[in-house]
Design a protein around this ligand. Structure first.
Ligand SMILES: Cc1cc2nc3c(=O)[nH]c(=O)nc-3n(C[C@H](O)[C@H](O)[C@H](O)COP(=O)(O)OP(=O)(O)OC[C@H]3O[C@@H](n4cnc5c(N)ncnc54)[C@H](O)[C@@H]3O)c2cc1C
Length: 434
């Protein structure tokens, strides 16, 4: 089975068939009754970028820049262009993506289809808030030029539309000006989750980019201790003298490597590290995991699941404490647990995940039934609180979880292209998984 067509969590492992799109097609390719799914860089963790019963349309070669205005920062590019390539072009010209997730190895199309957010959500919203226009190719052969002024509803359905409203052929983005590739970073240690919620509002008011790393395996009494990582684009226009280390995990690590003891040790050392203050390059600040290529192989052949929820702010302190306590009870802590408060702007898309509230994300090694049982327990808490789970990270939420977190799904169905489907969609909308 081709490893290159797994999702980032490398679970579920299902054979995929794909057609590579080398040029913008006039029509979506068809292969009998097979359902299609556009695919970007496969940086989604679960099954939203898989289509085991049909065909993937891979967009890696659709990476041409169509237009870049260096005066206004308006960029139009084919949807397969990665943020990495976009940054190589726009950063030297003094422009930066308005929103970027925690990796730069994703495509523009994938970013729009999941309406991704970054550490600056509280000020900048999601990528969908900055899309000026896009083109959508539907299976009926129509090409739709869509802008935020679109009154049909198709633009809002396509932002965060999980690749199901058509193939996004190109995207036009408004970039933001920047002086250079540097950030001024400021990290604050906190010793309990309550303290994290206490200091959060002031740090968010002071800094454009914030996220809290939580030690999900801390000893009782210090549960939820962690580091608040904050930063702002620097005024320094020094040329980048920084070289990114090129490290790679060459093979699947043995599964015993990540056990409760090693995770606990990692978390303790990470928590106690000397605090970073001052100028830092944008890459380690925004994309710390990108330094280690194929880091997902650390979890071994069985893969892992990322679980990310958003819950209403008023309930968040108690609910996050309860979520962490359940995770500890299951002895399944994570070395990657991040908490972020989203801003108050309305979601850009009908199915956008990011909304006012607090989001918590954790990685879990895939341990079969044990992991499934714990995640169902966490899902139920989120559902009862009126929260939602993030499809970009998900391989296990139930149809009920999805309906409850995305109440506009029936409206969305009216915009879905009938030829497009994913494993995720079949799972949460009925029709089986693969
Ligand atoms: C290390 C890491 C950190 C991350 N951090 C964040 C974060 O901070 N915030 C966040 O929001 N996400 C984050 N993510 C998730 C990631 O940003 C999303 O999953 C993103 O959608 C991946 O883009 P992709 O190009 O790999 O698309 P894929 O994963 O290949 O596909 C994602 C979806 O986009 C659709 N799609 C792709 N291309 C097109 C197209 N041309 N037309 C129509 N639909 C299309 C697919 O059908 C699928 O539904 C992170 C992922 C990783 C690996």
């Amino acid at each position: 089975m081709s490893e290159s067509l797994l999702s980032w969590g490398r679970w579920p492992r299902r054979p995929q068939r794909a057609i590579a799109l080398d040029w913008l097609p006039d029509h979506l390719p068809t292969l009998g009754p097979s359902k299609l799914l556009p695919r970007g860089q496969g940086r989604s963790y679960g099954d939203s970028c898989l289509n085991s019963r049909g065909l993937l349309l891979t967009t890696g070669a659709l990476d041409r820049v169509i237009h870049f205005d260096r005066e206004t920062g308006v960029l139009r590019a084919e949807a397969g262009l990665t943020f990495d390539d976009l940054l190589r072009l726009c950063l030297p010209a003094g422009w930066f993506p308005p929103v970027t997730p925690g990796t730069r190895f994703l495509s523009l199309g994938g970013a729009v289809a999941n309406d991704v957010h970054g550490k600056n959500h509280h000020g900048a919203g999601t990528i969908g808030h900055h899309v000026r226009a896009l083109e959508l190719l539907r299976s009926d052969g129509s090409r739709q030029l869509l802008t935020p002024a679109d009154t049909s509803g198709l633009f809002r359905a396509t932002i965060g539309g999980l690749g199901l409203t058509g193939l996004i052929t190109w995207v036009e983005l408004q970039l933001v000006p920047t002086r250079g590739p540097w950030f001024e970073s400021h990290t604050v240690r906190f010793s309990t989750l309550a303290e994290c919620f206490e200091i959060g509002p002031e740090l968010q008011a002071r800094h454009g980019y914030t996220a809290a790393w939580i030690d999900s395996l801390a000893p009782a009494g210090q549960s939820g201790r962690g580091l608040y990582i904050c930063g702002d684009p620097s005024d320094s226009s020094e040329p980048a003298a920084w070289r990114e280390p090129r490290l790679r995990i060459p093979l699947d690590c043995p599964e015993w490597l990540l056990n409760p003891l090693s995770l606990k040790l990692f978390n303790t050392l990470y928590y106690r590290q000397p605090l970073k203050q001052g100028r830092v390059h944008a890459w380690p600040f925004l994309y710390p995991l990108d330094v280690l290529a194929d880091w997902n192989r650390i979890y071994g052949h069985r893969g892992f699941q990322q679980w990310q929820c958003v819950v209403p702010s008023a309930d968040a302190p108690a609910l996050c404490a309860e979520l962490l306590s359940r995770i500890r009870a299951h002895r399944q802590g994570s070395f990657l647990a991040l908490l972020k408060t989203f801003g108050s702007m309305d979601p850009a898309g009908l199915l956008s995940f990011a909304r006012p509230g607090v989001t918590l994300a954790l990685d879990f090694p895939m341990l079969g039934e044990r992991t499934a049982r714990m995640l169902q327990e966490l899902n139920a808490l989120v559902r009862e609180a009126g929260g939602a789970l993030y499809p970009a990270k998900d391989a296990q939420m139930s149809a009920e979880d999805f309906r409850s977190g995305y109440p506009r799904v029936e409206e969305f169905e009216g915009f879905r292209d009938p030829l497009l489907e994913s494993d995720f969609w079949r799972r949460v909308r009925g029709g089986g998984e693969a």
